[in-house]
Write a protein that binds this ligand. Structure first.
Ligand code: PMT
Length: 398
């Protein structure tokens, strides 16, 4: 993480009335420590939770609390700071301020600044878990995503109400990283339509039993997020996934079996430029799925038949195909075979026997193989690997 990138950047930190407002004091300190010029706007209700002087003491800037208490050289404070802003962060963002931003109700300087600025906007919601889940808040958040605002969190955890739910504001360290990533972010996948597959397919045996695998979906979700963050429009087609990762701004389609996944991909593939298949697709399905629960004495034999190879069946001349190879031996040899037999531009080969890598873990160790050669990476977070894959795949969609 290149912290130096925020030196001399103008950051507007908008604080609305939530118990989480105290975290923004620490966040402002993190930003100022790295040389950012932080301008805080406090709503009237935020003042019930944190004091103006805490922020002005840390940022060495006057705090804007209303439209009519002019403190900047222009004497129209929100316009002055909005024009200079490199990023605007609303943290914590209550349901009230989220609704106002979504509708452009500029009754306070937070909304006024956002409307008057062209800077990227990060929103960090903080509220009760049921409030966050409510149709109204979700609808407003969808609106904000539509304006290309970044939504950070909320995280799951203990809330002021005592509930253990999604509603906690992202921690200051996470928001700090997100600000840095905005400044370092490439937007090299802008205008690209992408399909990513994730998770394990489910092949039913009878109404209670099925065949699946250990895929958690984490790898595919990280790829979808990396694509979204780099400007692509992403559809994530997934089987069984365990991850509670935020996937805002990503269209998700659940498909159960390999056949369902194939049909869904076939319907979308023509309008996409890249498909990245990290899903663990079952090679076989049950020949005759039983409508009734099979008695345990009759379960010693299940007849299987081959599933179609989804990746192989996609026309590689129309879309850049990136496949994975989950291998327990001869990693590179098998990856190269899959590269040509499946007509892929890239194969990402991961050794699934390695501790802390592959299925279910947050990290992965992989070799990226294409016709120009191979690049081997050490064990790294799936998020980081996702970006490495995109760096390599970009040349195939230019
Ligand atoms: O989900 P995680 O827990 O994060 O784990 C990530 C992962 C280990 C599942 C992932 O990194 C991975 O290796 N995914 C591919 C798993 C797999 O099915 O590998 P394969 O070598 O059997 O298949 C090769 C490629 O063909 C894959 O891109 C697969 O999606 C595709 N395939 C396979 C079978 C089939 N019938 N149709 C396909 O399209």
């Amino acid at each position: 993480m290149n912290k130096k990138i925020i030196k001399n950047k103008n950051i507007i930190l908008c604080v609305s009335g939530s118990i989480a407002a105290y975290k923004s004091i620490y966040l402002s300190s993190l930003l100022v420590k790295e040389g950012a010029n932080v301008q805080v706007i406090l709503t009237e209700s935020a003042k019930n939770f944190v004091g103006e002087s805490s922020f002005s003491g840390i940022t060495h800037n006057p705090v804007i609390t209303g439209y009519y208490d002019s403190k900047t050289s222009l004497s129209i404070d929100h316009i002055d700071i909005a024009k200079k802003a490199d990023v605007i962060l609303v943290a914590p963002a209550t349901a009230n301020i989220i609704a106002k931003i979504a509708l452009g109700i500029s009754s306070d300087p937070i909304v006024g600044s956002i409307l008057a600025s062209k800077a990227p906007v990060i929103i960090a919601p903080a509220m009760d878990g049921d409030m966050f889940k409510s149709e109204q808040v979700q609808k407003n958040i969808t609106e904000l995503i539509g304006f290309n605002y970044y939504i950070s969190g909320p995280e799951k955890g203990r809330l002021a109400s005592g509930m253990n739910e999604f509603g906690r504001m992202s921690e200051p360290d996470i928001l700090f990283e997100e600000i840095i990533s905005i400044f370092s972010k490439k937007k090299d996948y802008e205008k690209v339509e992408a399909i990513v597959t994730a998770g394990g397919t489910i092949e039913e045996i009878d109404p209670v039993r099925y065949i699946s695998n250990k895929s958690s979906g984490k790898m595919g979700i990280e790829i979808a997020k990396a694509l979204r963050d780099r400007g692509a429009s992403v559809t994530l087609i997934h089987g069984k996934i365990d991850s509670a990762e935020e996937t805002q701004g990503i269209k998700k389609i659940f498909t159960k079996s390999a056949i369902e996944m194939k049909n869904t991909i076939d319907n979308l593939v023509d309008k996409c430029q890249i498909i990245i298949m990290s899903a663990a697709v079952s090679d076989y399905k049950v020949k005759n799925i039983s409508k009734e629960k099979i008695k345990k004495d009759s379960l010693d034999y299940i007849q299987l038949e081959k599933n179609p190879d989804i990746l192989k069946g996609i026309d590689g001349s129309k879309i850049a195909k990136v496949g994975f190879a989950a291998e327990s031996e001869n990693l590179l040899i098998n990856a190269k075979k899959k590269l040509s037999s499946k007509d892929c531009k890239i194969i990402v080969a991961n050794d699934i026997t390695l501790e802390g890598s592959g299925f279910g873990s947050d990290n992965n160790k992989a070799v990226i193989v294409d016709l120009d050669g191979e690049e081997s990476f050490p064990l790294m977070s799936k998020s980081k690997l996702a970006h490495k894959i995109l760096d390599r795949a970009k040349k195939f969609i230019d």
